[in-house]
Design a protein around this ligand. Structure first.
Ligand code: MN
Length: 202
């Protein structure tokens, strides 16, 4: 599937005359694939976990956000592929539009596919997605180390779980979603982004 086919769902849900979200096609794939976690104050506050795979951002909505505690499993609901351009999107999606609410880039950086590094049964990201089990090494500002995304159930009942892998970067005492709420791109909080955009309209 080419990029346009994969972004069809994303584009169908949005009116780019009304939302400042990117329509896609401008940002080129990186030498090192990136992850991004966006904090999104929509009807329900959640964190969008995205991984660059083959020219798009594979995406999951994580209601409680990522944990650094390997004993904690966080529900991750698959959402439509997003364009690479979305990785630095911050702003306010207007009332009445899909996903209305404020978005900030909570963490981002390069990642590695740990399953590709196995001596036996090495899998690409696409193969690992089909297999329902991703293991990635994140090099973010707030999150580092291994994270697993594991699919449970199938079809419409499919759910994924986001779990910190038990490595040197695991830390049950940290709680970065509470202690480090601001954007890694602009340093702004959700409130500051919302206020800035309200000011621009006036
Ligand atoms: Mn979202």
């Amino acid at each position: 599937m080419n990029e346009n086919d994969r972004l069809k769902k994303y584009r169908e849900k949005r009116d780019f005359r009304r939302t400042a979200e990117p329509s896609g096609g401008k940002r080129q794939p990186s030498d090192e694939p990136i992850f991004v976690i966006q904090k999104h104050d929509a009807s329900n506050l959640h964190y969008d976990f995205r991984l660059e795979v083959d020219g798009v951002l594979k995406s999951w909505a994580v209601p409680k956000g990522p944990s650094t505690d390997p004993s904690v499993k966080r529900l991750a609901l698959p959402t439509e592929d997003h364009p690479l351009d979305y990785a630095d999107f911050e702003g306010v999606i207007p009332e009445g539009e899909y996903g209305a609410g404020t978005v900030l880039v909570w963490d981002t950086g390069p990642y590695r596919n740990l399953r590709a590094e196995k001596e036996q049964d090495a899998l690409s990201m696409e193969e690992a997605l089909d297999d329902g089990k991703l293991e990635v090494w994140l090099e973010g500002e707030k999150l580092q180390g291994g994270y697993a995304l594991i699919r449970t159930g199938s079809g419409n009942e499919a759910r994924w779980l986001l779990i910190k892998m038990d490595d040197d970067q695991a830390d049950a005492r940290r709680n970065p979603t509470s202690t480090e709420p601001a954007s890694v791109l602009s340093g702004r909080t959700l409130e500051e982004i919302a206020e800035a955009e309200a000011g621009e309209e006036g």
